[in-house]
Structure formats: C-alpha cells, structure tokens
Design a protein around this ligand. Sequence first.
Ligand SMILES: Cc1ncc(COP(=O)(O)O)c(C=O)c1O
Length: 445
Amino acid sequence: MSNVFYRNVNKNYLEVDHGEGIYLYDKEGNKYIDACSGAAVSNLGHAHLRIIDAMVQQAKSVAFSHLSRWTSTPIQELADLIASLAPGSLSKLYLVSGGSEATESALKMARQYYMERDGKTGKYRIISRWKSFHGNTIGSLSMTGDKRRGKYTPLLLNFPHIAPAYCYRCPFGKSQDTCNVDCALDLERTLKMEGADHVAAFIAESVGGAACGAIVPHKDYFKIIREICDHYDILFIADEVMAGFGRTGSMFSIEDWGVVPDMICAAKGMSAGYSPLGAVIAKEEIYNTFKQGSGVFVHGHTYGGNPLSAAVALAVVKTLVEDKIVENSRIVGEYLLTQLKEKLLPFSYVGDVRGKGLMLGVEIVKDKVTKEPFPVKMGMAEKLTSTLIKHGVIVYPGNGNADGENGDQFLLAPPLIITKNQADELIEGMVAGFIEFDKNIGSMK
Ligand SMILES: Cc1ncc(COP(=O)(O)O)c(C=O)c1O
C-alpha cells in the first residue's frame, strides 16, 4: 500500500521509468507518445540535452537565492530575452513558480495597480469566463469557470463570469454566419451590471485549455475585448499559462488576434517541465506606476525566480527561438488538425475537432446532430483515454464542458518538437484506439 496521497486514491497510475523526446516509457518497458506533454508542459520533449546541461551548470554554481535579497544573472537574462519577444511594452517579468501563482499574482497586481495609480481601493474584482481554467489556489479558482470550483464554492471570492467563446456550443445560439461576437460583448453587459468601478481586470485564456479542450475565439473577439477594457478602464490579463511560449504556433498566442494585453500570465512551456516556474509579464506602465507609487508589490513566493528555474527557462526560450520550434508547432499543428478532422470526424461519437498550433481538442458526444453529451457518470473521456493508452498514446481528458456537469473532451498537445513522421505515428495510434472504442461503445454504461 503506497503512502503517496494521489489525486484519485482509487485510480491505478502508470509508473514512469524515463522519457526521451516525445516518448515516455513505463517500468515494464512500454513506450507511449506523450501526446499531451503531461498537461501541455513538456514542450521540448523529455531528456533534452541542452536543457539538462543548463540545469547542471546552474546547480553547480547556485541553485537557490531568495528574491527578497538577491538578484541573479539568469533572471536578468531571462527578463531581457522575454522583453525582446513579448508584444508591445510587455517587458517586466515578475517571477513565481507555476500557473496558479501567476494568475493569483496578476489578480493582486491588478488590484494594487489601481491603488497605486489613483488610490482606488474599490477596484478589485476580476471578471473571467465560464468554461475557463486559471488554477487551483483560492484566487485563481475564484476566476476559474468550471466544475473544479464545485466543492470549494463557499471559499471562493465573489467574481463575475461571462459567457465563454465556445463556437461549437455558442451560448447565444448563433452559427458562424450569424455570429455577432456576443460572447465578447457580454463583457460590456457585465461591466454595466456589476459597475466598472468595482472591477480591476478581465482575465481570459487566449485559447481555452483544460476546461474545454482547445476552443479558439472568433478572429475579432480580443479586439472587442481590448476596446471594452480600455473604455471602462480595466486591465486585460491574457492567461497564456498553457497557450504561451509556442504552444499555439506563436511565441505568445494573443499576438494572433493583433492585440496587446496589459499582462500575460505564463508558466508550463516557459520552463518546459524541467523545473517549476511561472511569471506575470507586465506592461511597462504598470511597472512604472508601482515605481512611482509605493515601489513595493506586496506579494511573493519562496521559490519564485530561483536561479535554477530561471537558467532552465533561459535555455528553453533560447531553444524555442534558435531551433525554430514555434514555427514547427504551427506547421505540424496545421497538419495534425487537418488529418485529425479527416480521420476522426467520421466516427459517430466525435462532435468536434479543433484548436490552434499544437493545442488541439477533440469533443465527444452521444448525438452528433443535437450535440447531446454523454451523461458524466459514464466517464467517456476517461474511458477513451484508457483505450488510447493501450495504443500507446497519452492524451489529457476533461469533462463538464457541455453544460458544467456533462460533456467530454480531451486535449492533444504533443511536445512542440514533434516531427511530421511522428505526427503520422500519433494519428495511427489514435485511429486504432478510436476504432476499438467504437466497437465497444454499445456495451458501455
Ligand atoms: C490557462 C491556465 N492557467 C492556469 C493554470 C494553473 O497552472 P498550475 O497548474 O501550474 O498552477 C493552468 C493549468 O493547467 C492553465 O491551463
């Protein structure tokens, strides 16, 4: 009997032995394509020698120094490199250790920004969207809009949520032809109802991830959002914890909408799973407001900005640029999406195949015409995932996307280094798994 307190204490977990490139191996020697990079994390694949070298060098020099007293060369170089890559004046890097810490920090930074700027203590609420995921700490979970909130509702902050940009299940009953981007206009409606004087920011994932399986907003969505945020004097926070650093085929995903946010939250792909790291990349104007105000952001986490994680991220981001990994994500992503649509949509239970770059999603449904989901108790996303594992492919399942309770989808987010031949191998494994699932679906309860 193990003494590990697993997330699901009744589930059998695969035991990892080692990884190499896009593959993971278990203790029995079975090989799997890590087709979700863990949780869209291992963007450079496993055992990448350049990153390991950088880790070893930094660990030999100094692994930890606390940000309350010390700066270090790796954090300075990382900040300079990211400033040169980020859009607009987003150039100030506030370092933490993961995605939830990043969104939690952005929440507090937005609130303190208005206090520093003009003493507005009432501007503290954050508007977010249903079908979103921003993390599991109390602040980030308060912004999150999916079923992960359920058990903790009494602990959460009273933050408003607006409609998701979920074209397959448009909350306004529109189609592509009749779309008026009402999901973006919902922000204005909510601001008028709640009062912009009480709102500090709007936060959204550029491409929706864990809660909904790679939903991509309308091409005008973020332009409208930006205009509304400016008009009502609230900050726009792009949560790129999953989508950032090349995952969707651009260094920063929001760039594809031609919009500059006030802050970007990053984590996951920034250090590609080699060492925990997260960040808020803030606009110069926000930084200057703090500098001219109290000068102190009243916040911090012990491991944030440790030199080891920063050296890893520096090597990761350099590799993304020098090895043209972001371009590969876009090219192989387009290929994979086309292939998956062609090969998976014919299955009676596949409702939608979508995504951007190498952040792809597959939604499964009971009825393709009505889009009726399977009842959640059938656990279809998990069952399909187990079938795919038998065919050597690991994906990232989720549920609740259809109506908050039911709905099954999975994310496909292989390491960004995947080649076209490996994409073919991935498709082959998936199709074999889907055929097996199709045969058994009638007997599933
Ligand atoms: C968009 C987004 N924000 C925040 C988080 C939370 O990140 P972490 O799990 O590193 O705390 C995640 C994790 O999946 C995410 O996808």
